[in-house]
Design a protein around this ligand. Structure first.
Ligand code: MEV
Length: 421
């Protein structure tokens, strides 16, 4: 049935039941389907209704705990929200293997975010540049007048950089505002500041400001994670195999893309669990992967003097422990408590370690048996559950399907009926 209309004025003002009724009529949903939406929204409708517009339910994701993580000498249990089977298990496994050499060492830079202001209509670029630099202190003070709490915590706008860019619409001046956002992800802080200083920049330069926005190319907010996997533990064949995989990722964008996807499997899961903005982190990661003009892997591997495998991951990671929904989402709050993080930098370091662990785990599986075996084992459990199997039945049906190399809903149904007879 075709949708009758998507033109629904003031849908956001309707009560929850009215919204469901409209949706039921327009999208042709049954009572049972409306019940599913209600059921899943039951515990959290009040909270999610405040987060976005036109809410009708919640989209749930499994929240798993990655164990075994030793990062900068500290033990961590790491919450991961992710739908893909094997991701959490793989992270735990890689972290366990990294413990033989002391776990992960991760460093991060200060939490500096960048905002940009696009200035158009400037006649003399050199003059505009020098006048902005002359007034730098005034501009920074103006930006900092907007966030006293940030300043009290040691943060605030710290510097300005300027670039003249040739674009397809002619030359433009771009002013970059560098802001120490402390424990926030920082986009709101930076957006407020760049909007606040834009009129002053206009009056200084005679130009006019068009875009005034944070950049997700957060290259002043970097994380570098290092992990060592001992040759005697993982085997020389795996060491050599991962070096081959690393070489391919540097030579071929097809592989680099998937290699980085494996890293983001881990990072996004922690970003989501802690209520952070995974789109911002993804945008930063992939633009950083292109920093040398060609899309490259975010991690690299080499052998140390003992022949052990060293993995290094370096990428921008803009995440916070205050602001956004990090404090208002009850699950995100609990996840931050489980992590016992004291700062945004510490959270970013944990994510860096998880990204590297995830990447190592994927490569290790790829250079050994391939991903399908483990992946399909978990997937087969999903299929068994979907046909109605419960408890031990799920494992029995899943094992049979894996052993038979036949993992499908039809086979699961046959085995389920056989079992129930
Ligand atoms: C699947 O979600 C991720 C992998 O494809 C990553 C990789 O190939 O490195 C296994």
């Amino acid at each position: 049935m075709a949708l009758q209309t998507s033109r629904i004025p003031e849908f956001y003002k309707k009560s929850y039941d009215e919204r469901l009724q409209i949706l039921k009529e327009q999208a042709g949903l049954s009572d049972e389907e409306i019940h599913i939406l209600k059921l899943h929204a039951a515990a959290s409708f009040g909270a999610v209704d405040r987060m976005i517009e036109n809410v009708v339910s919640v989209m749930f994701l499994p929240l798993g705990m990655a164990t075994n993580f030793l990062i900068n000498g500290e033990e961590y249990i790491i919450p991961m929200a992710v739908e893909e089977s094997s991701v959490v298990a793989a992270a735990c496994n890689a972290a366990k293997l990294a413990r033989y050499s002391g776990g992960f060492t991760v460093k991060s830079s200060k939490p500096i975010m960048i905002g940009q202001i696009q200035l158009l209509g400037i006649v003399d670029f050199e003059k505009a540049k020098s006048i902005i630099f002359c007034y730098k202190d005034r501009i920074l003070a103006l930006a900092n007048a907007y966030d006293r709490i940030l300043i009290a915590n040691g943060g605030g706008a710290i510097d300005i950089e300027i670039e003249m860019l040739q674009t397809k619409r002619g030359p433009m001046l771009v002013v970059y505002l560098l802001v120490n956002v402390c424990d926030a992800m920082g986009s709101n802080i930076v957006n407020t500041m760049v909007e606040a200083i834009a009129p002053f920049l206009e009056s200084l330069t005679g130009g006019y400001a068009r875009l005034r926005i944070v950049s997700n190319y957060a290259v002043r907010r970097m994380v570098k994670a290092v992990g060592v996997w001992k040759k005697d533990i993982i085997g020389s064949e795996v060491v050599e195999g991962i070096l081959d995989a690393d070489a391919l990722a540097f030579a071929d964008v097809h592989r680099a893309s998937t290699h980085n996807k494996g890293i983001m499997n881990g990072i996004d899961a922690v970003v989501l669990a802690t209520g952070n903005d995974f789109r911002a982190v993804e945008a930063g990661a992939h633009s950083y992967a292109l920093r040398n003009g060609a899309y490259q892997p975010l991690s690299t591997y080499y052998k140390n003097e003992n022949g052990d495998l060293v993995g290094e991951l370096e990428m921008p990671l803009a995440v916070g422990i205050v602001g956004g929904i990090t404090k208002s989402h009850p699950i995100a709050q609990l996840c931050l408590k489980i992590l016992r993080v004291q700062s945004a930098c510490q959270l970013a370091q944990i994510m860096g370690a998880v990204g590297l662990a995830q990447n190592f785990a994927a490569l290790r599986v790829l250079v050994r048996e391939g991903v399908q075996r483990g992946h399909m084992r978990l997937h087969s459990k999903n299929i068994a559950g979907n046909v109605g199997a419960v408890g031990d039945e799920i494992d029995i049906i899943a094992d049979r399907m894996v052993n038979e190399h036949c993992i499908s809903a039809n086979r699961a149904r046959e085995l389920f009926e056989e079992l129930r007879k």
